[in-house]
Ligand binder design. Structure first.
Ligand code: TUI
Length: 311
């Protein structure tokens, strides 16, 4: 294998937990890191003081490395970019925008920088900034997404850059991990599977909605306005899609979603809130601890990768 992300991040297994706003807080991140993966705290739109507190609490729960995800469209992104340096965070992942202006200060501070991208062009652009690895995310992922599928995106990004590529989007078990290794990835990032982890603070209604979902249950809202977001179908997505079809303007559609992720994740309103989840939700059948999830994925992937295939 070309790259070893376990060495890069000083972790045991090549598995990263996605930086999901509201979901990826310190307990989940610490549980993933303690189980040998790379736990991530998502800053989302949270104020700096909240993220600082999350980082400090995670440090109390684990001595293993963990990262912070910075959502670049957050109004607090610049302050959080500085906070991760002040708090001695070792790894930063970014999403929903370009981290270019922050990369020099993070590199200077010795932080490993790992942006999430959904296209080859953006991966190449960021490689020139000497990022340490790239997370290439397919359209199967939950939340804010690009157009390419993981199957098509990963080999193209792998061929275009010489840094490690971590695959995301549509990976939920050891078969997914083994498959993305075959595509040239050096590891995988999983979101939806960790939403239903025992250590996840997500409301039980949200977890049950994922556990009970089928392959066809996710929909993409906001495509027509250039802001595609994948989530599970409900009253909210039906209303959004109807308004989108009627050509309602960007601001009005955006207004419909304000505060709705929190409504579902924290308050459990899975009908009127935004239930972000990936296409792999249909595969997830039970709540498990992060350790059970990671051990199961690794065992399954190892068995598959040791098989002899007939060609
Ligand atoms: O960031 C994500 N997924 C997210 S962010 C998010 S926050 C939110 N969104 C809507 C409603 C409420 C909350 C939810 N899900 N994934 C990583 C990712 N980033 N995928 C694609 C990108 C991306 C998109 C545009 C990266 C860069 C980019 O533009 C860069 C440029 O400047 O061209």
């Amino acid at each position: 294998m070309k790259h070893n992300i376990c060495e890069l991040f000083d972790i045991e297994y090549p598995l990263i937990q996605g930086g999901m706003a509201w979901v990826a807080e310190h307990k989940l991140a610490a549980a993933v890191s303690n189980a040998g993966g790379l736990g991530i705290i998502a800053a989302g739109n949270a104020p700096v003081a909240v993220v600082r507190d999350e980082i400090r609490k995670a440090k109390e729960l684990t001595k293993k490395p963990f990262g912070v995800n910075i959502m670049l469209i957050s109004p607090n992104a610049a302050e959080i970019a500085q906070l991760v340096i002040d708090e001695g965070v070792k790894i930063v992942t970014t999403g929903a925008g370009s981290p270019e202006k922050y990369i020099p200060m993070w590199k200077e501070a010795g932080i490993k920088v790992v942006p999430v991208v959904s296209s080859v062009a953006f991966a190449k652009r960021l490689e020139r900034y000497e990022v340490d690895a790239i997370i290439a995310e397919g359209t199967e992922a939950g939340g804010h997404i690009g157009e390419n599928t993981t199957m098509a995106l990963i080999p193209q990004v792998v061929d275009a850059v010489s840094i490690p590529v971590i695959a995301a989007g549509g990976i939920g078990d050891g078969r997914g991990l083994a498959a993305v290794f075959m595509l040239g990835a050096s590891g995988a990032q999983l979101g939806t599977r960790f939403v239903v982890a025992k250590e996840s603070i997500v409301h039980d209604n949200y977890k049950q909605r994922i556990i009970n979902s089928k392959d066809v249950d996710s929909v993409v809202t906001g495509r027509s306005i250039g802001h595609p977001v994948r989530g599970l179908r409900n009253t909210m997505t039906r209303k959004y899609l109807q308004m989108e079809k009627e050509g309602v303007d960007f601001m009005e559609l955006e207004a419909l979603t304000v505060g709705k992720l929190r409504e579902a994740v924290i308050n459990g309103d899975v009908m009127n809130g935004t239930v972000m989840a990936g296409q792999i939700a249909g595969l997830i059948k039970k709540e498990q601890t992060c350790k059970e999830i990671i051990d199961e994925i690794m065992e399954q992937a190892k068995e598959l990768l040791s098989r002899k295939y007939v060609i």
